[in-house]
Design a protein around this ligand. Structure first.
Ligand code: UGA
Length: 437
């Protein structure tokens, strides 16, 4: 099948390569010339495990091309819209300008029978607007919604073997025809028995934001418990293990710490609240405001804890921050809790040195005022406090005795509850974490 993928960021680049891997003829279209040049040379423009290998493999088949010219999408039967929907500046709502621009550029190239597939995370109601615009120009093309649930760091696996496929279809024969087309696109993973939920457009758009809101709520729930644990001397990791054994609750996404960041959960819950307000249903989502504040409070608490262990002030203190990415196995620093903590400590007078195995370039671009070091050892040299902010495996495996020889003071804050407190304390470190004694 001939497929175009519009928008080649974290979502689109992976989607395009995976569609080629499934045997389709794919063109990825993006306005960013640099990104297109890199992808054309089978080079991943960002860090994503497995993507470089997949790009090399699919480029060799000749089934994957990239272009900055939307005319390259003409002739494809299926057009996936994979552009970003960031938060609007100074507002909670989603900024739909990239979705609108993608559709505007695509419209003149649509042909009868084409299926336009929305994958971007959008406020409910967007699909209906886009469908109306398509109908004006090419009434014989159909818009469907097929939200994406991939996690950065596992994007290839999540695209080729998702937990489920959700199809939001318009009513009538056009919807059924589009469904058959999508079934053909995903024939290989569907044959694995991956569940399929076929529904209407509104539900499909809501599924995505509902899923991300649930995940954000789960994280903030355990972080609220962490606040209680701090007030009572209890241990949030043991609490999470204990409640997580209940299959109705589950242990995943109950890791207390610095909370959620990234380009999805924070902006998605805010856009969802904004949309609910427009729909007159703001009360239904008022709890998400609390989810957001619990999440942001953890970052402030981390800085307070730094002050506490440094004897009341961090002014002039050398602090090493391990991690800049919003989570391990990613170079994405959008709304990164790690960088937010590093920046707050710097603003409060500390001499902060940040390190990260993959996200340094993005971090330096986002926070040019921060200082950076190439390795955990280099960042820790002479430090009076070490803060673990992103739980990369190499930081989890740091040797307390060895790191202890490099620092000026053996003090560590575990922002992700990822270290073994006993091992660090045994090596003479003052160990503190969020939600534990
Ligand atoms: C999230 C969702 O998990 C995906 O299903 C969704 O497709 C994606 O957003 C999206 O909308 O595109 P992602 O942003 O890659 O994926 O990251 P997550 O793995 O969900 O982690 C989000 C944040 O929560 C990270 O900062 C992570 O450190 C934090 N987190 C996660 C916790 O603080 N505790 C946990 O127990 C789990």
């Amino acid at each position: 099948m001939r497929i175009s993928v519009i928008g080649c960021g974290y979502l689109g680049a992976v989607h395009a390569a995976c569609m080629a891997q499934l045997g389709h003829d794919v063109v990825g279209v993006d306005v960013d010339e640099k990104k297109v040049a890199l992808l054309t040379a089978a080079t991943a423009p960002f860090f994503e495990p497995g993507l470089p290998e997949l790009l090399a493999e699919t480029a060799a088949t000749g089934r994957l091309a990239f272009s900055t010219d939307m005319a390259a999408a003409r002739g494809a039967t299926v057009h996936f819209i994979c552009v970003g929907t960031p938060q609007k500046r100074g507002e909670n709502a989603a900024d739909l300008r990239f979705v609108d621009a993608a559709l505007d550029a695509l419209l003149p190239h649509l042909q009868p029978g084409d299926v336009v597939v929305g994958k971007s995370t959008v406020p409910v109601g967007t699909a209906e607007d886009l469908a109306a615009r398509i109908a004006e120009v090419e009434p014989a093309a159909t818009l469907v919604w097929n939200p994406e649930f991939l996690r950065e760091g596992f994007a290839v696996q999540d695209t080729l073997h998702p937990d489920r496929f959700v199809y939001g279809l318009p009513e009538g024969p056009d919807g059924q025809r589009a469904r058959a087309v999508l079934d053909e696109v995903y024939a290989i993973p569907l044959a694995e028995g991956i569940p399929q939920v076929v529904t209407d457009l509104a539900t499909a758009q809501l599924v995505k934001v509902a899923a991300n809101s649930f995940l954000a709520t789960k994280i903030s729930f355990i972080n609220a418990m962490a606040e209680l644990c701090e007030a009572t001397g209890a241990d949030v990791t043991e609490l999470a293990d204990a409640i997580g054994h209940d299959a109705r609750i589950g242990r995943r996404f109950l890791n207390a710490g610095l909370g959620f960041g990234g380009g999805c959960l924070p902006k998605d819950i805010r856009a969802f609240m904004a949309r609910a307000g427009e729909l007159g249903a703001d009360q239904a989502l008022s709890f998400l405001r609390e989810v957001d504040s619990i999440n942001l409070r953890r970052r402030v608490r981390m800085v307070d804890l730094a002050r506490e262990v440094c004897g009341g002030s961090i002014v002039g203190r050398r602090i090493a921050v391990l991690g800049a990415a919003f989570k391990p196995n990613s170079d994405d620093v959008r709304d990164s809790p790690a960088l937010s903590v590093a920046a707050q400590m710097r603003l409060q007078g500390a001499h902060v040195v940040v390190t990260d195995p993959e996200a340094m370039e993005n971090a330096e671009r986002a926070w040019p005022d921060l200082r950076f070091a190439e390795s955990a050892e280099a960042a820790a040299a002479g430090a009076e406090l070490v803060v673990l902010a992103t739980e990369w495996t190499q930081y989890r495996e740091l040797e307390p005795a060895h790191l202890g020889t490099l620092v000026a003071e053996r003090r560590i804050l575990d922002g992700r509850n990822a270290l073994d407190p006993a091992a660090w304390r045994a090596a003479g470190w003052t160990y503190r974490a969020l939600g534990r004694q």
